[in-house]
Write a protein that binds this ligand. Structure first.
Ligand SMILES: N[C@@H](CCC(=O)N[C@@H](CS)C(=O)NCC(=O)O)C(=O)O
Length: 205
C-alpha cells in the first residue's frame, strides 16, 4: 500500500514537476491517471475530491493538495529537509520568485501555446508564445551567470520551471536564443532521479 497518491496525466508538464521531485526524493507512490483530453478533470468523481478540477493533485494520508507549486512546497518541506526549499526569508523568497515565473509566464505562455498544438485548446497561440519567450528571457538572464535558478544548488525552483521550458519547441518556441537555459536543461536532466515526461522516452527534447 502506497501512502502517497498522485492524480496525474502523463502529458502534463505540471504533473511532471511533481513526478520529478517524488523520484528525486526516492518516494514510492501510486499514480492515478485522470485523462485531461477526455475532460475527466471535470467529472463529478474527480471534482468531489479536488473541487479545482485540475491535475496534479496529491493525497498523502490526511493531507490533500492541489496545484503543482503547492505540492512541490509540501513535498520539499515534508520530505526534503532544507535542501529543496531553503528557509531563510530571502533564500525562500528567491525560490518563490521562480515558482511565480513557472505559474505565470511559463504556464500562461509556454504551457498554453503547447496546449493549442497538443490538446487543441482555444488559446491565442501567438500571444502565449510571446509570453513564453519573456519567461525564457528572464530565465536566461539568471542562468547566464548561475548554474541554478535560486541559490547555489538545485531547488524546487528548477523543477517548477523545467518541464515547460524543456517542452518549448512543442509550444512552437525555439530554444536557440537561450543557450544558458539549454545548458541548464541538460544539468537538470543529469540529476539523479530525473525521469522523462513519458515513461520509456530518453528525454523531453
Ligand atoms: N496552476 C496549476 C495548473 C494545473 C493545470 O493547468 N492542469 C491541467 C493539466 S496540465 C489540467 O488539469 N487541466 C484541466 C482543466 O483545467 O480543466 C498547477 O500548477 O498545478
Amino acid at each position: 500500500m502506497h501512502p502517497i497518491t498522485l492524480y496525474d496525466f502523463p502529458l502534463s508538464g505540471n504533473c511532471h514537476k511533481v513526478r520529478l521531485l517524488l523520484s528525486m526524493l526516492g518516494i514510492d507512490y501510486e499514480r492515478v491517471t485522470i485523462d485531461v483530453v477526455k475532460n475527466e478533470t471535470a467529472s463529478p468523481e474527480f471534482t468531489r475530491i479536488n473541487p479545482r478540477g485540475q491535475v496534479p493533485f496529491l493525497v498523502d494520508g490526511e493531507v490533500r493538495i492541489w496545484d503543482s507549486m503547492a505540492i512541490l512546497v509540501y513535498l520539499a518541506r515534508r520530505y526534503g529537509g532544507r535542501e529543496w526549499l531553503p528557509d531563510g526569508p530571502a533564500d525562500e523568497a528567491r525560490v518563490m520568485e521562480w515558482l511565480a515565473v513557472a505559474g505565470d509566464e511559463l504556464l500562461y505562455g509556454l504551457a498554453r501555446a503547447r496546449a493549442v498544438r497538443r490538446l487543441k485548446r482555444p488559446f491565442n497561440q501567438a500571444q502565449c508564445q510571446q509570453e513564453g519567450r519573456h519567461g525564457l528571457a528572464v530565465m536566461e538572464s539568471r542562468l547566464d551567470h548561475a548554474e541554478w535558478l535560486a541559490g547555489t544548488r538545485a531547488t524546487i525552483a528548477d523543477l517548477a520551471c523545467y518541464p515547460y521550458a524543456a517542452l518549448a519547441e512543442e509550444a512552437g518556441v525555439s530554444l536557440a536564443p537561450y543557450p544558458a537555459t539549454r545548458a541548464w536543461l541538460g544539468r537538470v536532466e543529469a540529476m539523479p532521479g530525473w525521469v522523462p515526461l513519458l515513461d520509456g522516452q530518453p528525454g523531453n527534447r
